[in-house]
Design a protein around this ligand. Structure first.
Ligand SMILES: Nc1ncnc2c1ncn2[C@@H]1O[C@H](COP(=O)(O)OP(=O)(O)OP(=O)(O)O)[C@@H](O)[C@H]1O
Ligand SMILES: O=c1[nH]c(=O)c2[nH+]cn([C@@H]3O[C@H](COP(=O)(O)O)[C@@H](O)[C@H]3O)c2[nH]1
Ligand SMILES: NC(=O)CC[C@H](N)C(=O)O
Ligand SMILES: [Mg+2]
Length: 522
């Protein structure tokens, strides 16, 4: 379900299934334009209700226009609507406006040079630039009323512009990092062709998120509060509206690090929030006993979270006469995007991992979800945290997943394995802080590998387990590269872990990016 707020967005991006669609939103927002991804179906419904954006972007996509039977006249009949077609989106323009699209045989993948034609120079772009291509079909004859605006190094048409209307087609992907001046190219479209004004900034984001909370009225809200950036920002902005109607609960499932409980206690002391710690360590451990499959573990953790909150709801009804209407969570846009799919009506995409907080609530709970950050990316949430004047180190705290160490102990979870990860994690963070490297990586963690290797400790043979260090750089967790940490630091952490953590003889460093790896190991 889309929020009604969607119709206030300046730019809508119709998703045809490109792996880069999400980046178009990001880059547009970085340029200061509010934008949101929608499906073609949603676009058709909104247009049918006379709801139009200030500009529409048609994304790339894996299919070929030769197999596309959609009628796009509902879009193109709007003479004044600024439209940008990227890759597949440009081929849709080519077909609709009766140019010629040729089915590709070899394709053009990777870097290519492009050149702007005379009269079509783009602001802040030099004449020749390097861009990222990923297509096989191409436009061979420019449609009527269009001109070639950009040519590629190998003579193909790389961009077309309508002579009178505000329509631009690009065969390459300006949204990816590999395209030089990609953001300038998008900006040229928004600013000089579509004539939009930038409107997206921290106070606008805060106002919009607050409005979602205001809209629920005088209701009791149960907040799933982890102390992580997302739920902290969600709770603090909600508290300004809800005051005493907001009740925060922190679930101690026993899969936490020492730093997490410390952080919660500090927040309890320093914030105006009403935060209760629910100790359910034994419940979680008993539920997880015997489980070793990652998805089974994740689902069990997710369900147990719900069970714990359900009990709280009853307890408050019975003992305090308080009825909760809403569950407040720090769900972010990437979680929401993952559940949008252009291909299936019900919007289900392939499940890589079941996140503990997006499984939905059972019918019987009657709680509605309140997710004021559901339109934002992590770095935007951090900006909101700053706008709310929250302490810098709270806002820039590394993310920590809801299932906690449960997904950092591969296979079955035993109490001794929890201790090993807790202790190694503690050492890693002490050293990150000591060396001033905490903010040079986006997320740091240790994983326990349940395999034994031979080592030598104090002249005797050791046959013990392995700790893997993982540190990554990212902006929103959707993609990541491994952090190239200084050798001295890695060596210090490794020797402290093998010396101080019982049962660990070997430390390895994970040098896998995402994709193909994910950040967590399960
Ligand atoms: N231990 C917990 N107790 C209560 N709620 C939790 C707990 N862990 C996670 N949640 C809920 O699940 C949501 C998603 O978790 P997630 O880790 O993605 O966000 P976060 O903890 O708020 O921020 P961060 O990503 O920085 O760790 C949280 O916003 C919070 O609502
Ligand atoms: O709240 C959460 N519940 C989860 O179930 C979950 N799984 C992964 N993560 C965090 O999400 C980011 C991306 O992780 P992955 O690359 O492993 O999918 C990383 O920051 C992970 O720590 C989770 N957060
Ligand atoms: N990336 C794309 O949008 C590709 C469009 C189309 N599938 C092609 O191969 O040409
Ligand atoms: Mg967290």
């Amino acid at each position: 379900m889309k929020s009604e707020k969607l119709i206030d967005r300046k730019i809508w991006i119709v998703d045809f299934g490109s792996q880069y669609t999400q980046l178009i939103t990001r880059k547009s927002r970085e340029l200061g334009y509010s934008s949101e991804i929608i499906t073609l179906k949603e676009c058709r419904e909104l247009f049918a209700n006379d709801q139009l954006p200030d500009a529409l972007v048609l994304s790339g996509g894996p299919q070929s226009v030769f197999e596309d039977e959609n009628d796009y006249s509902f879009i193109f009949n709007h003479q004044d609507l600024p439209i940008l077609g990227i890759c597949y989106g440009m081929q849709i323009l080519g077909k609709f406006f009766e140019g010629n699209v040729e089915r590709g045989t070899i394709g053009e993948y990777g870097h290519a040079t492009i050149e702007f034609t005379k009269g079509h120079e783009f602001e802040s772009c030099p004449d020749n630039i390097n861009v990222w291509m990923s297509h096989s079909d191409h436009i061979s004859i420019v449609p009527k009323d269009f001109e070639v605006a950009i040519k590629s190094g190998n003579g193909l048409i790389a961009g077309i512009e309508h002579k009178k209307r505000k329509i631009l087609g690009l065969q390459f992907h300006p949204e990816v990092e590999h395209s030089d001046h990609g953001k300038d190219i998008l900006n040229h479209f928004y600013k000089n062709i579509a004539k939009l004004n930038a409107d997206w900034n921290a106070s606008e984001m805060l106002e919009e998120a607050t409005e979602m909370v205001r809209a629920i009225g005088d209701k009791k809200v149960l907040c799933a509060f982890s102390g992580g950036v997302d739920s902290l920002v969600a709770a603090m902005l909600s508290h300004r509206v809800l005051g005493d109607n907001l009740y925060c609960f922190f679930v101690d499932h026993g899969l936490l690090r020492p730093q997490d409980l410390g952080h919660i206690k500090l927040l309890q002391e320093k914030l105006p929030l009403n935060i209760e710690i629910i100790d359910v360590k034994d419940l979680f451990l008993s539920k997880l006993k015997g489980l070793s499959d990652p998805e089974e573990k994740r689902k069990m953790i997710g369900n147990t979270f719900i069970e714990v909150f359900e009990k709280k709801v009853h307890e408050f009804e019975e003992s305090h006469g308080i009825n909760f209407d809403y569950l407040l969570q720090g769900t972010l846009y990437p979680d929401v995007i993952e559940s949008i799919s252009p291909h299936e009506e019900d919007g289900k995409s392939v499940t890589i991992k079941s996140h503990h907080n997006v499984g939905g609530l059972p019918e019987r709970m009657k709680l509605k979800l309140l997710e004021p950050l559901r339109h934002l990316f992590k770095d935007e949430v951090r900006k909101l945290g700053e706008e709310l004047s929250l302490e810098h180190n709270w806002v820039y705290r590394h993310p920590f997943p809801g299932p906690g160490l449960g997904i950092r102990i591969l296979g079955e979870i035993f109490p001794e394995s929890i201790t090993k990860v807790q202790e190694s994690d503690q050492i890693l963070f002490e050293e990150l802080h000591r060396s001033g490297l905490y903010e040079s990586t986006w997320q740091a963690l240790t994983v326990l590998l349940p395999i034994k290797t031979v080592g030598v400790k104090g002249d005797s043979r050791a046959y013990e387990e392995v700790i893997c260090l993982r540190m990554v750089n990212s902006s929103d967790g959707m993609t990541a590269t491994w952090s190239d940490m200084p050798r001295d630091f890695l060596s210090k952490v490794s020797s402290r872990i093998t010396n101080e953590v019982k049962g660990v003889t070997r430390v390895v460093y994970d040098i896998t990016s995402k994709p193909p790896g994910t950040i967590e190991w399960e």
